[in-house]
Design a binder for this molecule. Structure first.
Ligand code: 5GP
Length: 189
């Protein structure tokens, strides 16, 4: 079986991580999560090696220089995120399809690299106001960081038309149904 890639991108707080977890819970889709590397701080509920590989900024830079990343970005100052070559290889050699939860630019870069082998899905929050409410409820950001994320989200929304598919997350249950259908159709193609 030739492995494929499913890329979920969205402004943070759009619900994409929840959708990705839902897809991963369905064994018939045969998906495995591409664990990204990051130099940001670990949040209390996160598990190293499962949610992210947490690296220092220096370690991250050294691995960029060593050519270990398929794609990487400095999303916030000194905060790097990236996909390791070894992740994609590990998952494909296990006979699974890769699913990514990456930001908008990373998602488009992956799509450009892998073409028809990849499907890029943009998850859209219903509005910026709703996104603000969700991020406040999540409570993981200081107000300064929250504003930064909201400004970034407004910019990221303009990338939606470049994606293969768009899911508008007005309600999680419907968004889950939409996501499963898109992924199933793509993998069966
Ligand atoms: P968070 O800090 O909320 O976990 O993620 C911040 C942003 O970085 C999100 O939009 C997330 O999807 C993105 N991100 C996570 N992993 C990667 C990656 O491997 N590459 C890129 N380009 N972005 C990523």
């Amino acid at each position: 079986m030739a492995g494929k890639m499913v890329i979920f991108s969205a402004p943070s707080g759009s619900g994409k991580t929840t959708l990705v977890h839902h897809l991963l819970s369905l064994p018939e889709l045969n998906l495995a999560f591409s664990v990204s590397a990051t130099s940001r701080e670990k949040r209390p509920h996160e598990v190293a090696g499962t949610d992210y590989y947490f690296l220092s900024a220096d370690e991250f830079k050294a691995r960029i220089d060593a050519g270990e990343f398929v794609e990487w970005e400095e999303v916030y100052k000194d905060v790097f995120y990236g996909t390791l070559n070894s992740e994609v290889e590990r998952i494909w050699s296990d006979g699974k399809h890769v699913i990514f939860d990456v930001d908008v630019v990373g998602g488009l870069n992956l799509k450009q690299m892998y073409g028809n082998r990849a499907m890029a899905v943009f998850v859209k929050p219903p509005s910026i106001g709703e996104l603000k409410r969700r991020l406040e409820k999540r409570g993981t950001e200081t107000s300064e960081k929250l504003q930064f994320r909201l400004d970034k989200a407004a910019e990221e929304l303009s990338y939606a038309p470049k994606f293969d598919q768009i899911i508008v997350n007005e309600g999680l249950e419907q968004a889950k149904i939409d996501a499963v259908k898109l992924v199933r159709d793509f993998l069966n193609k």
